[in-house]
Design a protein around this ligand. Sequence first.
Ligand SMILES: Nc1ncnc2c1ncn2[C@@H]1O[C@H](COP(=O)(O)OP(=O)(O)OP(=O)(O)O)[C@@H](O)[C@H]1O
Ligand SMILES: [Mg+2]
Length: 222
Amino acid sequence: MLKLENISYKINDNNKIKTILNNVNYEFEEGKIYVINGVSGSGKTTLLYSIAGLISNIEGNILFDKNDLCNLKNHNERDNFRLNNISMIFQNLNLFSFLNVEDNILMPFYAKKIKVDFKVKKEVSDYLKLMNLEGFEKKTINQLSGGEQQRVAIIRAIIQKSKVILCDEPTANLDSENTEIFMSNLLKIKDNLKSIIIISTHDSRLANYADVNIMLKDGKIV
Ligand SMILES: Nc1ncnc2c1ncn2[C@@H]1O[C@H](COP(=O)(O)OP(=O)(O)OP(=O)(O)O)[C@@H](O)[C@H]1O
Ligand SMILES: [Mg+2]
């Protein structure tokens, strides 16, 4: 269970206090897909970043597995917690453009110091094949189209089998075939691993896959 209690995020914008997240309370359950809708600027990315522990001065409590993420004040603690529990598909992908596809996907394994053996590499290849990227292992990211890069970012997130998977506009660059492949994979992960999957999107195709659809407006769940 992942519980947000009175989450607020305010910033100083030209000497005016701007409220980006406004007292969000929500409980996410294991084994469910949540789809967050909301107009541009409503706070979707900020909400996912707070859950990922990527914003330090957030108000409120984020409770997960007996930890309060907001109490992990130090960067290292938060990085470790994220690495071990949470994976994220970023809206801007955050891939390493001069590294190859395989190394990008394996980056969390390197960070966690997990030994990359033949079995792990085979899993990478299997995912690449599944996502219509067969044989792309050694291509560098800057040789790939936007949709191909998006699928690499997707594989990097789902291959980690995390308890929480955050997906920020994950299908923005995908055609319907690849969207369906990705979403059916998330359905499998939710059933097999009972992960909490939270997707922010403008893509109306994703509503059908959701267990719960959420609307965010002006930093508030409505
Ligand atoms: N560091 C920051 N400084 C100033 N304003 C910020 C900052 N981060 C976010 N904002 C503002 O907070 C609001 C919410 O941004 P956020 O990126 O969470 O929206 P979003 O719902 O993900 O939008 P989109 O659909 O365009 O991705 C926006 O008005 C944005 O301009
Ligand atoms: Mg966003």
